[in-house]
Design a binder for this molecule. Structure first.
Ligand SMILES: Cc1cc2nc3c(=O)[nH]c(=O)nc-3n(C[C@H](O)[C@H](O)[C@H](O)COP(=O)(O)O)c2cc1C
Length: 219
């Protein structure tokens, strides 16, 4: 299993970077081959050649780990730039203007973020929600599967990730390597199948009584 960490932060030794390190360490302990892309250091989106090089590297990965602090309630600028400039790799634009999954379809991903605000405030006000939603929006359009996420709150004046959170991050890395996020996919597929079966069953039942609402059966 090949796992790539993508770090988009102003502080390359900060808490988000530390969390990413731990997730990658966990994945390595479980046997993954890992690598790291530090966007602020290596990624110049104005150079097409660089975008191509990065796209090629990501194509080889089974799983991507996106690590960004929450800045003004969303992902960092460098992470957003990364998504925007690699759009053609994530999605294919049809002649009707629809985005469909492209080169990374079927891969999995993990999201990591951190913020000043505490856990209670984050739960109530959803400080990091837009950060996760932003990542999920791109990944769902790309046809990628969420293998997990991790958030560190209350980071004001914090310099090191607390031991318990480190353990959580290491465990997530190990789990991601072992399952590749697939267990989640199976569960989601199972629920979808059950939901679909229930709908079909209800529809057939309705049809036998002549009350089906399905357009397939309406005359
Ligand atoms: C430009 C900027 C914007 C920020 N916006 C928020 C915010 O909206 N909410 C919040 O709780 N923390 C905010 N923070 C604090 C960071 O999210 C927090 O310090 C984070 O843990 C930094 O991670 P790092 O150590 O990896 O740099 C902001 C920090 C910066 C530099």
């Amino acid at each position: 299993m090949k796992i790539i960490g993508i770090l988009g932060t102003q502080n390359q030794k900060g808490l988000t970077a530390q969390l990413l390190d731990e997730v990658l360490r966990g994945a390595e302990l479980a046997g993954a081959e890992t690598s790291l892309i530090v966007l602020e250091e290596t990624f110049d989106p104005t150079k097409q050649e660089e975008v191509r090089r990065l796209g090629k590297k990501l194509k080889q990965a089974d799983c991507m780990i996106f690590a960004t602090p929450t800045y003004f309630g969303n992902v960092s600028g460098s992470m957003k730039q990364f998504f925007d400039h690699l759009r053609d790799y994530f999605v294919h634009l049809t002649s009707k203007g629809e985005n469909i999954p492209h080169l990374f379809k079927g891969k999995s991903y993990v999201s990591i973020t951190s913020c000043y605000k505490g856990a209670f405030e984050n739960t109530l006000a959803g400080i990091t929600d837009a950060t996760f939603n932003q990542i999920d929006t791109v990944m769902s359009q790309a046809g990628m599967h969420r293998a997990g996420e991790i958030v560190l709150t209350g980071t004001f004046q914090m310099e090191e990730v607390p031991a318990k959170k480190r353990e959580e991050a290491t465990a997530l890395g190990k789990k991601t390597c072992r399952t590749g996020g697939k267990r989640r996919i199976y569960i989601e597929t199972l629920f979808t199948a059950i939901w679909y079966a229930c709908c079909v069953n209800t529809d057939c039942y309705g049809d036998s009584k002549g009350t089906s609402s399905s357009p397939l059966y309406s005359s």
